[in-house]
Design a protein around this ligand. Structure first.
Ligand SMILES: [Mn+2]
Length: 460
């Protein structure tokens, strides 16, 4: 080892790649052992598939690394979902890493806020030859990867020590003295990127750029994001791979999930591609049912959309949440009867499709009656007043739409008269702007309907 290599902890020899042309796989937030309790109604077969999904996604990631002849795999934290990680889960995780070591592909791992080094337990006494776990020490270890006695990259990282790490870990990374492609591996929250994720191990983009490393492989935010980097500029790459398997119908959990395949040529990143590895995909769909007048047509439309979506998403398992929109004469039946629930039950009765499934989590009715609301608003009657009030409520200065309706629903904002948890729940629901707008529309159409019924126009 030369003098320049002195800050290297260990050199790991791999088989794939060349010093000026190699690739690696970056993944994070595997959340192995996720219980998947978020979906209320589900059949046993789908529930079992969801329990296996995170591990299956990891198997797909390892297969991707082997198939693409990657030099190494990076795992940027939240390997396990919680401290209760079972023995079989850990053995299965180890088994996949052993396949990588057998293929002479190294693996580097940091732990995050879901699986910090001081919580949980390890069932593993001996990791496969080419696997290295970074501890939570402040002075980070640096591994170098070599092919045919030539260094291709260095990797350094720091694990979370406890669940609520508030330390800035990024400032502890530094440029090593060897001239090669340098990588930092961290589970951290880059300030200002996502409001959906808790602020563990906070740092700024500038902190990451100041490390002078070439590629920052990040975990924590469950969405794939490239915060910095392009093939033409010399700026460092700051990349969130996103999680490997969706976990719910929350916005950050929807759509394709997987791992980044990163190609490096002559010391520069050429390409970062997110390759899907997810076993089950969560999606939201809007279904326009304008012009649909029967439940047979509605059912067929849902079936067609499910099939097309399944094909578009690589024929993998799907969990769908849908909203019906548009103007339809079915409006009243959709609102007042169990018909829509029965449609969902029928759609879900036969979920199997070529070794996968399509499961409708819910279908919400936001369709409206075939009336012209703008025309009605121009009238001089009570309905016109109602529409104007719903569309433009008289909100006191400085009060938000949410607080206004909260006041309407709960009577007073101090929640003196209604149970506190009930008021909190309403407050939470009304905080979502889209949900609030949907609720106002629903209430408006229901009111118009009732007024029309009072006119005796529907006196059956
Ligand atoms: Mn996570």
């Amino acid at each position: 080892m030369t003098q320049e290599e002195s800050d290297i902890t260990e050199i790991i020899r791999v088989d794939n790649g060349e010093s000026d042309n190699f690739c690696f796989v970056h993944a994070s937030d595997l959340h192995l052992g996720t219980p998947f309790t978020g979906i209320a109604k589900i059949n046993e077969e789908v529930a079992a598939a969801l329990r296996e999904a995170s591990l299956e996604a990891f198997r797909n990631i390892c297969k991707l690394a082997i198939d693409s002849k990657a030099s190494f795999l990076l795992l940027a934290g939240d390997i396990y979902d919680g401290p209760e990680r079972g023995a079989s889960l850990q053995l299965n995780f180890r088994e996949e890493l052993a396949k990588l070591s057998d293929a002479k592909i190294a693996a580097f791992i940091v732990h995050g806020n879901h699986d910090p080094v001081t919580s949980g337990w390890t069932a593993i006494e001996k990791w496969p030859d080419l696997v290295r776990l970074f501890p939570s020490k402040t002075r980070t270890e640096i591994y170098a990867v070599s092919v045919n006695e030539k260094l291709i990259a260095t990797i350094q990282g720091i694990s979370h020590k406890s669940r609520n790490t508030s330390d800035n870990l990024a400032v502890k990374l530094f440029k090593p003295s060897v001239e090669t492609f340098n990588i930092g591996l961290l589970h951290c929250n880059v300030t200002g990127v996502s409001e959906e994720h808790l602020n563990y191990a906070p740092c700024t983009r500038v902190d990451l750029i100041n490390t002078q490393l070439d590629y920052l492989a990040l975990g924590h935010i469950h969405k794939h994001l490239i915060l910095s980097g392009s093939p033409d500029s010399g700026e460092p790459w700051i990349v969130y791979s996103g999680n490997s398997q969706g976990r719910s119908l929350k916005p950050s959990e929807l759509g394709p999930k997987g791992a980044c395949l990163v190609k490096v040529k002559s010391g520069r990143v050429q390409k970062v591609d997110l390759l899907p590895c997810d076993q089950v995909r969560y999606l939201r769909k809007n279904i326009d049912i304008s012009g649909i007048a029967g439940f047979d047509t509605l059912y067929e439309e849902c079936e067609k959309i499910a099939y097309d979506t399944w094909v578009e998403n690589g024929k993998r398992c799907l969990i769908l949440r849908a909203k019906l929109t548009g103007k339809t004469s079915l409006y009243k039946e959709l609102r007042s009867s169990n018909a829509l629930d029965e449609v969902i039950d029928k759609l879900n009765r036969d979920t199997d499709i070529e070794n996968s499934f399509i499961w409708w989590e819910s279908i919400e009715n936001l369709a409206t009656p075939p009336i012209d609301i703008d025309l009605l608003a121009n009238g001089n009657d009570f309905i016109a007043e109602l529409i104007k009030t719903a569309k433009n409520p008289d909100i006191p200065d400085g009060e938000s739409l949410r607080d206004f309706y909260l006041d309407q629903v709960c009577g007073n904002k101090n929640f003196l008269d209604i149970p506190r948890d009930f008021a909190d729940r309403i407050s939470e629901i009304l905080s979502d702007k889209d949900t609030l707008a949907d609720l106002i529309d629903k209430a408006l159409y229901a009111a118009i309907d009732m007024l029309n019924d009072d006119d005796g126009s529907d006196n059956d």
